[in-house]
Design a binder for this molecule. Sequence first.
Ligand code: AMP
Ligand code: MG
Length: 414
Amino acid sequence: METDFQTVDEARLKILALLQPITGTRTVAIREALDQVLATDLLSPINVPAHDNSAMDGYAFSGHCIQAAGITNLKMVGTAYAGKAFNGNCGKGECVRIMTGAVMPENCDTVLIQENATVSGDTISFPPGAVKAGDNRRLAGEDLTIGKPALPAGKVLRPADLGLIASLGIAEIAVRRKLRVAFFSTGDELRSLGQPLDEGCVYDSNRYTLWGMLTRLRFVELLDMGVVHDSPEALEQAMLQAMEQADVIVTSGGVSVGEADYTKHVMEKLGSVNFWKIAMRPGRPMAFGQVHNKNTGDSAYLFGLPGNPVAVMVTFYAFVRDALFKLAHANTLPIPIVTAKLAQNVRKRPGRTEYQRARLDMTQGTPIAHLTGAQGSGILRSMSESDCLLVLAHDQGDLKAGDSVLALPFEGLI
Ligand code: AMP
Ligand code: MG
Protein backbone atom coordinates (compact mmCIF):
# COMPACT_ATOMS: atom_id res chain seq x y z
CA MET A 1 0.00 0.00 0.00
CA GLU A 2 1.23 3.45 -0.90
CA THR A 3 0.65 6.45 1.35
CA ASP A 4 2.10 9.55 -0.17
CA PHE A 5 1.83 13.00 -1.59
CA GLN A 6 0.63 13.50 -5.19
CA THR A 7 -0.09 16.40 -7.46
CA VAL A 8 -3.50 16.39 -9.11
CA ASP A 9 -1.99 15.48 -12.48
CA GLU A 10 0.10 12.64 -11.05
CA ALA A 11 -2.90 11.14 -9.29
CA ARG A 12 -5.06 11.45 -12.38
CA LEU A 13 -2.49 9.69 -14.57
CA LYS A 14 -1.95 6.91 -12.04
CA ILE A 15 -5.66 6.28 -11.83
CA LEU A 16 -6.18 6.21 -15.59
CA ALA A 17 -3.21 3.89 -16.07
CA LEU A 18 -4.68 1.28 -13.73
CA LEU A 19 -8.15 1.08 -15.24
CA GLN A 20 -9.25 -1.81 -17.47
CA PRO A 21 -12.47 -0.98 -19.32
CA ILE A 22 -15.43 -3.29 -18.82
CA THR A 23 -16.46 -5.81 -21.46
CA GLY A 24 -19.97 -6.72 -22.54
CA THR A 25 -22.39 -5.14 -24.96
CA ARG A 26 -26.14 -5.06 -25.43
CA THR A 27 -28.31 -4.30 -28.40
CA VAL A 28 -30.91 -1.60 -27.89
CA ALA A 29 -33.51 0.29 -29.89
CA ILE A 30 -32.17 3.64 -31.13
CA ARG A 31 -33.95 5.72 -28.51
CA GLU A 32 -32.46 3.69 -25.69
CA ALA A 33 -29.02 4.39 -27.09
CA LEU A 34 -29.10 8.09 -26.13
CA ASP A 35 -26.06 8.90 -23.94
CA GLN A 36 -24.88 5.29 -24.17
CA VAL A 37 -21.49 4.20 -25.49
CA LEU A 38 -21.32 2.89 -29.06
CA ALA A 39 -19.75 -0.59 -28.92
CA THR A 40 -18.18 -0.88 -32.39
CA ASP A 41 -17.44 1.38 -35.35
CA LEU A 42 -20.64 1.79 -37.30
CA LEU A 43 -19.95 1.36 -41.02
CA SER A 44 -22.52 2.83 -43.33
CA PRO A 45 -24.49 0.05 -45.09
CA ILE A 46 -25.80 2.52 -47.69
CA ASN A 47 -25.04 5.83 -49.35
CA VAL A 48 -26.83 8.78 -47.75
CA PRO A 49 -28.33 10.31 -49.77
CA ALA A 50 -28.85 7.25 -51.94
CA HIS A 51 -29.09 9.33 -55.18
CA ASP A 52 -27.95 12.68 -56.46
CA ASN A 53 -30.82 15.01 -55.57
CA SER A 54 -31.81 18.64 -55.60
CA ALA A 55 -30.92 20.93 -52.69
CA MET A 56 -33.52 23.53 -53.74
CA ASP A 57 -36.86 24.01 -55.45
CA GLY A 58 -36.15 25.06 -59.05
CA TYR A 59 -35.25 23.70 -62.48
CA ALA A 60 -32.81 20.89 -63.27
CA PHE A 61 -30.82 20.62 -66.49
CA SER A 62 -27.37 19.83 -67.85
CA GLY A 63 -24.74 22.45 -67.03
CA HIS A 64 -23.63 22.31 -70.68
CA CYS A 65 -26.82 24.23 -71.58
CA ILE A 66 -25.74 27.38 -69.74
CA GLN A 67 -24.98 30.27 -72.15
CA ALA A 68 -21.87 32.13 -71.06
CA ALA A 69 -22.81 35.39 -72.78
CA GLY A 70 -26.55 35.66 -73.42
CA ILE A 71 -29.84 34.59 -71.90
CA THR A 72 -30.34 30.83 -71.54
CA ASN A 73 -33.75 29.53 -72.62
CA LEU A 74 -34.85 26.01 -71.69
CA LYS A 75 -38.01 24.09 -72.43
CA MET A 76 -39.66 22.46 -69.43
CA VAL A 77 -40.44 18.79 -70.14
CA GLY A 78 -41.73 17.49 -66.78
CA THR A 79 -41.63 17.62 -62.97
CA ALA A 80 -39.58 15.70 -60.35
CA TYR A 81 -40.97 15.47 -56.80
CA ALA A 82 -39.28 14.25 -53.62
CA GLY A 83 -40.16 10.57 -53.57
CA LYS A 84 -41.47 10.62 -57.16
CA ALA A 85 -38.72 10.87 -59.75
CA PHE A 86 -38.98 12.17 -63.31
CA ASN A 87 -38.22 9.16 -65.47
CA GLY A 88 -38.47 10.79 -68.90
CA ASN A 89 -35.68 12.15 -71.02
CA CYS A 90 -34.29 15.64 -70.42
CA GLY A 91 -32.15 16.46 -73.43
CA LYS A 92 -30.16 19.42 -74.71
CA GLY A 93 -32.06 22.71 -74.30
CA GLU A 94 -34.54 21.11 -71.88
CA CYS A 95 -35.16 21.28 -68.14
CA VAL A 96 -37.29 19.61 -65.47
CA ARG A 97 -39.18 21.42 -62.72
CA ILE A 98 -37.67 19.93 -59.50
CA MET A 99 -38.48 20.00 -55.79
CA THR A 100 -36.01 19.85 -52.90
CA GLY A 101 -34.96 16.25 -52.27
CA ALA A 102 -36.15 14.97 -55.64
CA VAL A 103 -33.79 12.63 -57.51
CA MET A 104 -31.84 14.47 -60.23
CA PRO A 105 -33.16 13.37 -63.65
CA GLU A 106 -30.73 11.57 -65.94
CA ASN A 107 -28.30 13.93 -67.75
CA CYS A 108 -29.03 16.74 -65.23
CA ASP A 109 -26.32 18.04 -62.90
CA THR A 110 -27.43 21.60 -62.19
CA VAL A 111 -30.40 23.25 -60.48
CA LEU A 112 -31.45 26.86 -61.04
CA ILE A 113 -33.33 28.10 -57.97
CA GLN A 114 -36.87 29.11 -58.85
CA GLU A 115 -36.38 32.70 -57.62
CA ASN A 116 -33.81 33.21 -60.42
CA ALA A 117 -36.01 31.88 -63.23
CA THR A 118 -38.26 33.80 -65.57
CA VAL A 119 -41.14 31.57 -66.61
CA SER A 120 -43.14 32.12 -69.75
CA GLY A 121 -45.43 29.22 -70.65
CA ASP A 122 -43.12 26.19 -70.68
CA THR A 123 -40.00 28.24 -71.31
CA ILE A 124 -37.56 28.96 -68.49
CA SER A 125 -35.05 31.78 -68.96
CA PHE A 126 -32.19 33.13 -66.88
CA PRO A 127 -29.35 35.59 -67.42
CA PRO A 128 -25.60 34.81 -67.39
CA GLY A 129 -24.24 34.29 -63.88
CA ALA A 130 -27.57 33.13 -62.40
CA VAL A 131 -26.22 29.59 -61.91
CA LYS A 132 -23.02 27.58 -62.45
CA ALA A 133 -22.81 23.97 -63.62
CA GLY A 134 -23.21 21.64 -60.61
CA ASP A 135 -24.98 24.19 -58.39
CA ASN A 136 -27.66 23.15 -55.88
CA ARG A 137 -27.12 19.45 -56.32
CA ARG A 138 -26.49 17.06 -53.41
CA LEU A 139 -24.29 14.14 -54.40
CA ALA A 140 -25.10 10.52 -53.57
CA GLY A 141 -23.10 9.50 -50.48
CA GLU A 142 -22.03 13.06 -49.62
CA ASP A 143 -23.48 12.70 -46.09
CA LEU A 144 -22.47 9.07 -45.49
CA THR A 145 -20.60 6.85 -47.92
CA ILE A 146 -21.31 3.13 -48.16
CA GLY A 147 -18.66 1.09 -46.30
CA LYS A 148 -17.10 4.14 -44.59
CA PRO A 149 -17.26 4.71 -40.77
CA ALA A 150 -20.34 6.71 -39.89
CA LEU A 151 -19.71 6.74 -36.12
CA PRO A 152 -16.63 5.65 -34.13
CA ALA A 153 -16.71 3.04 -31.35
CA GLY A 154 -16.68 4.69 -27.93
CA LYS A 155 -18.80 7.65 -28.92
CA VAL A 156 -21.32 8.69 -26.30
CA LEU A 157 -24.37 8.95 -28.53
CA ARG A 158 -26.10 12.32 -28.81
CA PRO A 159 -29.38 13.31 -30.45
CA ALA A 160 -27.69 13.96 -33.84
CA ASP A 161 -26.16 10.47 -33.69
CA LEU A 162 -29.56 8.86 -33.14
CA GLY A 163 -30.82 10.65 -36.24
CA LEU A 164 -27.74 9.62 -38.19
CA ILE A 165 -28.24 5.95 -37.22
CA ALA A 166 -31.89 6.21 -38.30
CA SER A 167 -30.84 7.78 -41.62
CA LEU A 168 -28.98 4.54 -42.33
CA GLY A 169 -32.14 2.52 -41.83
CA ILE A 170 -30.79 0.92 -38.64
CA ALA A 171 -33.32 0.37 -35.84
CA GLU A 172 -31.15 -1.33 -33.21
CA ILE A 173 -27.58 -0.69 -32.24
CA ALA A 174 -24.91 -2.35 -30.06
CA VAL A 175 -23.84 -0.28 -27.07
CA ARG A 176 -21.67 -1.13 -24.08
CA ARG A 177 -23.41 -2.57 -21.07
CA LYS A 178 -23.90 -0.01 -18.34
CA LEU A 179 -21.07 0.60 -15.90
CA ARG A 180 -22.27 -0.41 -12.43
CA VAL A 181 -21.33 2.00 -9.67
CA ALA A 182 -22.09 1.37 -6.00
CA PHE A 183 -21.81 4.29 -3.60
CA PHE A 184 -22.13 4.83 0.12
CA SER A 185 -21.34 7.37 2.81
CA THR A 186 -19.32 6.60 5.90
CA GLY A 187 -19.50 8.30 9.29
CA ASP A 188 -21.21 7.70 12.63
CA GLU A 189 -22.37 11.33 12.65
CA LEU A 190 -24.42 10.91 9.46
CA ARG A 191 -28.17 10.70 9.58
CA SER A 192 -30.32 9.69 6.63
CA LEU A 193 -33.29 11.79 5.60
CA GLY A 194 -36.31 11.06 7.75
CA GLN A 195 -34.22 10.32 10.86
CA PRO A 196 -34.06 12.77 13.78
CA LEU A 197 -30.90 14.88 13.78
CA ASP A 198 -29.23 13.88 17.05
CA GLU A 199 -26.81 16.24 18.74
CA GLY A 200 -23.59 16.69 16.76
CA CYS A 201 -25.00 14.92 13.73
CA VAL A 202 -25.46 16.06 10.13
CA TYR A 203 -27.67 14.86 7.36
CA ASP A 204 -25.93 12.76 4.76
CA SER A 205 -25.80 15.12 1.79
CA ASN A 206 -22.98 13.46 -0.14
CA ARG A 207 -25.12 10.59 -1.29
CA TYR A 208 -27.37 13.12 -3.00
CA THR A 209 -24.67 15.15 -4.72
CA LEU A 210 -22.95 11.93 -5.77
CA TRP A 211 -26.21 10.47 -7.01
CA GLY A 212 -26.82 13.65 -9.00
CA MET A 213 -23.36 13.76 -10.57
CA LEU A 214 -23.41 10.05 -11.39
CA THR A 215 -26.91 10.15 -12.81
CA ARG A 216 -25.84 12.80 -15.32
CA LEU A 217 -23.60 10.11 -16.81
CA ARG A 218 -26.34 8.06 -18.31
CA PHE A 219 -24.12 5.12 -19.19
CA VAL A 220 -23.83 4.40 -15.47
CA GLU A 221 -26.15 2.20 -13.42
CA LEU A 222 -26.31 3.09 -9.74
CA LEU A 223 -26.49 1.14 -6.53
CA ASP A 224 -27.14 3.34 -3.49
CA MET A 225 -25.90 1.50 -0.40
CA GLY A 226 -26.83 4.11 2.20
CA VAL A 227 -24.75 5.08 5.22
CA VAL A 228 -22.12 2.72 6.57
CA HIS A 229 -21.03 3.19 10.16
CA ASP A 230 -17.48 3.72 11.24
CA SER A 231 -16.52 0.16 12.08
CA PRO A 232 -14.19 -2.26 10.33
CA GLU A 233 -16.88 -4.95 10.20
CA ALA A 234 -19.51 -2.69 8.66
CA LEU A 235 -17.04 -1.33 6.14
CA GLU A 236 -15.81 -4.76 5.11
CA GLN A 237 -19.35 -6.04 4.78
CA ALA A 238 -20.35 -3.09 2.62
CA MET A 239 -17.26 -3.48 0.41
CA LEU A 240 -17.90 -7.17 -0.17
CA GLN A 241 -21.51 -6.55 -1.08
CA ALA A 242 -20.57 -3.67 -3.39
CA MET A 243 -17.91 -5.76 -5.13
CA GLU A 244 -20.42 -8.47 -5.82
CA GLN A 245 -22.75 -6.10 -7.63
CA ALA A 246 -20.65 -3.29 -9.06
CA ASP A 247 -17.62 -2.49 -11.20
CA VAL A 248 -16.80 0.63 -9.22
CA ILE A 249 -17.30 1.67 -5.59
CA VAL A 250 -17.41 5.34 -4.68
CA THR A 251 -17.39 6.17 -0.97
CA SER A 252 -17.22 9.44 0.88
CA GLY A 253 -15.68 10.12 4.26
CA GLY A 254 -13.31 8.17 6.43
CA VAL A 255 -10.11 8.61 4.43
CA SER A 256 -8.55 11.51 6.32
CA VAL A 257 -5.65 11.02 8.71
CA GLY A 258 -6.77 9.61 12.03
CA GLU A 259 -9.93 8.14 10.59
CA ALA A 260 -8.10 6.27 7.91
CA ASP A 261 -6.45 3.78 10.22
CA TYR A 262 -9.20 1.22 10.32
CA THR A 263 -10.19 2.02 6.73
CA LYS A 264 -6.63 1.22 5.72
CA HIS A 265 -6.74 -1.97 7.72
CA VAL A 266 -9.88 -3.13 5.92
CA MET A 267 -8.49 -2.10 2.53
CA GLU A 268 -5.25 -3.94 3.16
CA LYS A 269 -7.28 -7.04 3.75
CA LEU A 270 -9.37 -6.54 0.62
CA GLY A 271 -6.91 -5.43 -1.99
CA SER A 272 -4.41 -2.86 -3.06
CA VAL A 273 -5.55 0.63 -2.27
CA ASN A 274 -3.41 3.74 -2.16
CA PHE A 275 -4.11 6.43 0.37
CA TRP A 276 -3.03 9.66 -1.18
CA LYS A 277 -2.58 13.12 0.15
CA ILE A 278 -3.25 15.13 -2.96
CA ALA A 279 -1.79 18.60 -3.31
CA MET A 280 -5.17 20.17 -3.86
CA ARG A 281 -7.78 22.13 -2.01
CA PRO A 282 -10.37 21.11 -1.27
CA GLY A 283 -9.99 17.36 -1.46
CA ARG A 284 -6.63 16.50 0.03
CA PRO A 285 -7.15 12.94 1.27
CA MET A 286 -8.25 10.34 -1.23
CA ALA A 287 -8.02 6.59 -1.59
CA PHE A 288 -7.88 4.78 -4.90
CA GLY A 289 -7.26 1.18 -5.84
CA GLN A 290 -8.78 -2.19 -6.48
CA VAL A 291 -10.51 -4.42 -3.98
CA HIS A 292 -11.06 -8.18 -4.37
CA ASN A 293 -12.99 -10.93 -2.71
CA LYS A 294 -10.61 -13.91 -2.73
CA ASN A 295 -13.44 -16.37 -2.16
CA THR A 296 -15.73 -15.30 -4.98
CA GLY A 297 -13.32 -13.66 -7.42
CA ASP A 298 -15.37 -10.44 -7.35
CA SER A 299 -13.46 -7.21 -7.66
CA ALA A 300 -14.07 -3.50 -8.10
CA TYR A 301 -12.25 -0.22 -8.41
CA LEU A 302 -12.54 1.90 -5.31
CA PHE A 303 -12.62 5.67 -5.09
CA GLY A 304 -12.54 6.69 -1.43
CA LEU A 305 -13.43 10.37 -1.62
CA PRO A 306 -13.09 12.79 1.29
CA GLY A 307 -16.17 13.49 3.40
CA ASN A 308 -16.44 17.25 3.12
CA PRO A 309 -19.36 18.04 0.84
CA VAL A 310 -17.47 20.34 -1.53
CA ALA A 311 -14.41 18.08 -1.56
CA VAL A 312 -16.59 15.20 -2.72
CA MET A 313 -17.74 17.18 -5.71
CA VAL A 314 -14.33 18.58 -6.59
CA THR A 315 -12.62 15.18 -6.42
CA PHE A 316 -15.43 13.70 -8.49
CA TYR A 317 -14.84 16.29 -11.21
CA ALA A 318 -11.05 16.00 -10.95
CA PHE A 319 -10.65 12.20 -10.87
CA VAL A 320 -13.78 10.10 -10.97
CA ARG A 321 -15.61 11.47 -13.99
CA ASP A 322 -12.86 10.77 -16.54
CA ALA A 323 -12.17 7.41 -14.92
CA LEU A 324 -15.80 6.38 -15.40
CA PHE A 325 -15.65 7.34 -19.08
CA LYS A 326 -12.58 5.17 -19.50
CA LEU A 327 -14.07 2.21 -17.61
CA ALA A 328 -17.26 2.45 -19.68
CA HIS A 329 -15.19 2.30 -22.90
CA ALA A 330 -16.35 5.81 -23.73
CA ASN A 331 -14.37 8.54 -25.47
CA THR A 332 -14.17 11.19 -22.76
CA LEU A 333 -16.24 14.30 -23.30
CA PRO A 334 -13.93 16.81 -21.65
CA ILE A 335 -15.42 19.54 -19.53
CA PRO A 336 -14.87 22.70 -21.60
CA ILE A 337 -12.26 25.11 -20.27
CA VAL A 338 -13.01 28.82 -20.36
CA THR A 339 -10.53 31.63 -19.78
CA ALA A 340 -12.03 34.24 -17.47
CA LYS A 341 -10.89 37.41 -15.71
CA LEU A 342 -11.07 37.63 -11.94
CA ALA A 343 -13.46 40.19 -10.51
CA GLN A 344 -11.50 40.34 -7.26
CA ASN A 345 -8.13 39.54 -5.67
CA VAL A 346 -7.74 35.89 -4.73
CA ARG A 347 -5.26 34.41 -2.29
CA LYS A 348 -3.52 31.30 -3.49
CA ARG A 349 -0.69 29.30 -1.99
CA PRO A 350 1.78 27.86 -4.52
CA GLY A 351 2.32 24.10 -4.27
CA ARG A 352 -1.25 22.87 -4.60
CA THR A 353 -4.07 23.06 -7.12
CA GLU A 354 -6.96 25.08 -5.71
CA TYR A 355 -10.53 24.94 -6.89
CA GLN A 356 -12.67 27.98 -6.13
CA ARG A 357 -16.39 28.26 -6.71
CA ALA A 358 -17.45 31.13 -8.94
CA ARG A 359 -20.10 32.48 -11.24
CA LEU A 360 -19.22 33.61 -14.72
CA ASP A 361 -20.65 36.88 -15.95
CA MET A 362 -20.81 36.31 -19.70
CA THR A 363 -22.35 39.67 -20.62
CA GLN A 364 -19.05 41.61 -20.91
CA GLY A 365 -17.32 39.80 -23.80
CA THR A 366 -14.56 38.17 -21.76
CA PRO A 367 -16.18 36.12 -18.98
CA ILE A 368 -15.72 37.70 -15.54
CA ALA A 369 -15.42 35.31 -12.59
CA HIS A 370 -17.06 36.29 -9.29
CA LEU A 371 -16.34 34.05 -6.31
CA THR A 372 -19.49 32.76 -4.65
CA GLY A 373 -18.82 33.48 -1.00
CA ALA A 374 -17.10 31.40 1.66
CA GLN A 375 -14.89 28.76 0.10
CA GLY A 376 -14.61 26.29 3.02
CA SER A 377 -14.68 22.68 1.90
CA GLY A 378 -17.80 22.01 3.93
CA ILE A 379 -19.78 24.91 2.53
CA LEU A 380 -22.14 23.56 -0.09
CA ARG A 381 -23.90 26.86 -0.51
CA SER A 382 -21.00 28.41 -2.43
CA MET A 383 -21.06 25.35 -4.68
CA SER A 384 -24.78 25.61 -5.19
CA GLU A 385 -24.52 29.28 -6.12
CA SER A 386 -21.64 28.74 -8.53
CA ASP A 387 -21.72 27.75 -12.16
CA CYS A 388 -18.04 26.90 -12.53
CA LEU A 389 -14.90 25.91 -10.69
CA LEU A 390 -11.88 28.12 -11.08
CA VAL A 391 -8.76 26.01 -11.36
CA LEU A 392 -5.79 27.79 -9.78
CA ALA A 393 -2.70 25.93 -10.99
CA HIS A 394 -0.23 24.11 -8.74
CA ASP A 395 2.55 26.73 -8.95
CA GLN A 396 0.29 29.77 -9.04
CA GLY A 397 0.58 32.37 -6.25
CA ASP A 398 -1.85 35.13 -5.23
CA LEU A 399 -3.95 36.62 -8.01
CA LYS A 400 -5.24 40.13 -8.57
CA ALA A 401 -8.52 41.43 -9.94
CA GLY A 402 -8.28 41.38 -13.75
CA ASP A 403 -5.87 38.42 -13.85
CA SER A 404 -6.75 35.55 -16.18
CA VAL A 405 -7.87 32.26 -14.68
CA LEU A 406 -9.13 28.95 -16.09
CA ALA A 407 -12.72 28.03 -15.32
CA LEU A 408 -14.54 24.73 -15.74
CA PRO A 409 -18.20 25.52 -16.33
CA PHE A 410 -20.27 22.57 -15.14
CA GLU A 411 -23.78 23.67 -15.90
CA GLY A 412 -25.63 20.76 -17.39
CA LEU A 413 -22.49 18.74 -17.92
CA ILE A 414 -22.02 16.60 -14.89
P1 AMP B 1 -14.32 12.79 6.99
O1 AMP B 1 -13.69 12.85 5.63
O2 AMP B 1 -15.05 11.51 7.23
O3 AMP B 1 -13.35 13.13 8.04
O4 AMP B 1 -15.42 13.92 7.00
C1 AMP B 1 -15.07 15.29 6.86
C2 AMP B 1 -16.26 16.17 7.14
O5 AMP B 1 -17.28 15.94 6.18
C3 AMP B 1 -16.92 15.96 8.49
O6 AMP B 1 -17.31 17.21 8.98
C4 AMP B 1 -18.10 15.10 8.17
O7 AMP B 1 -19.15 15.25 9.10
C5 AMP B 1 -18.50 15.62 6.82
N1 AMP B 1 -19.16 14.56 6.07
C6 AMP B 1 -18.66 13.33 5.86
N2 AMP B 1 -19.52 12.60 5.14
C7 AMP B 1 -20.60 13.39 4.90
C8 AMP B 1 -21.82 13.20 4.21
N3 AMP B 1 -22.09 12.04 3.62
N4 AMP B 1 -22.70 14.22 4.15
C9 AMP B 1 -22.41 15.39 4.74
N5 AMP B 1 -21.27 15.64 5.39
C10 AMP B 1 -20.36 14.65 5.49
MG1 MG C 1 -15.96 10.49 8.78
